[in-house]
Design a protein. Sequence first.
Length: 305
Amino acid sequence: MASNGSRSVALIGLGSMGLGMAKSLLGAGHAVSGYDVTPAALTALSRLGGRWGSSPADAATGADIVVVVVVNAAQTETVLFGESGIAAVMPKGTVIISCATMAPDAARGLAQRCGAHGVLYLDAPMSGGAVRAGTGELTFMASGTPEAFAAARPALDAMASKVYELGDEAGIGASFKIINQLLAGVHIAAACEAITFASKLGLDIDKVYEVITASAGNSWMFENRVPHILDGDYAPKSAVNIFTKDLGIVSDIGRAETFPMPMAASALQLFLATAAAGMGRDDDASPARLIAQITGIALPATKEH
C-alpha cells in the first residue's frame, strides 16, 4: 500500500478512458501501474508518471485496487482469470473495480468467481467520456458489498464526481449502465438522422446546431456529437463498435425478457450498417456519414486521423 493515505492502483486497459483515469489517479497522489496490449498506451502511461507492467498480473502485483477498463465481459474474464490473470495475484480483501459494459448475469458470475479467491468485486460501469475521465469527473453506476465500496472508495473519489451506490450485489450497476447505453445509442442515432436531414433540406447545419441546442429537441448526445460531424472529425472518442456491442446486449436482454425494444433495435441496425460500411472503429457519430452516402448529401469533409 502506498503511504500518506494514498493507494497503489493498477489500471488494466489504457485506452482513452483508462489513460484519463490514470491521470486523475496520479493527480490525486495515488501510485499507478498499468497494462495494455498496445505499446503506445504503455508509453503514454509512463509519460504521465505511472509504471507499466508486462502483463495484467505484473501490473496488479502489489496493488490495493485494480481498475479493469476493457471492452466487454469476455475481456474482463480473461484479465481476471486467464493466463497472467490478476485474481490469482491479488491478496484477500483487495478490490477489483470492473468498468466494462456487460450483461447483469455476467457481472454476477465474475463477482462470484472473485469471491472464491477472497477478492472483492465492485460492479462499476461508468459514463462521462474521455475528457471527464482525465478531469476526475466520471459518473459511476456501482453495486457491490459495503466492503467492496469501502476498499474502492479512494480510487472512486479520484476518478468520479458522482458515485451512485445502487445495491449490495453485482449486476445492479450493469443493469443501470444498460439503460444508459440504450438511451445513448438511440440519441446518437437520432442526432445523426436529424443533422443529415437538416442538410437534405438545404439548411445551414452550423445554424441548426446553434438553434437546436437552445431548444426543446436538444439532447446531451446531440450537443456532444454533432460538433464531430460539423468538424468532419471522426477520430474515435467512442467508436461505432461500442454501440454495436452495447445495443446488442440490450437487444439480447430484451429478447430474453420478451420485452419489445423498437427504438433500440432501429439504432442497433444503423450502427451495424455503419460498421459494415467500414466505419466500425471510427467515432460513433459516423452514422451521419453513412446516411449522407446513401442519400447523396454533402457533409463537411472528413479529416484524416
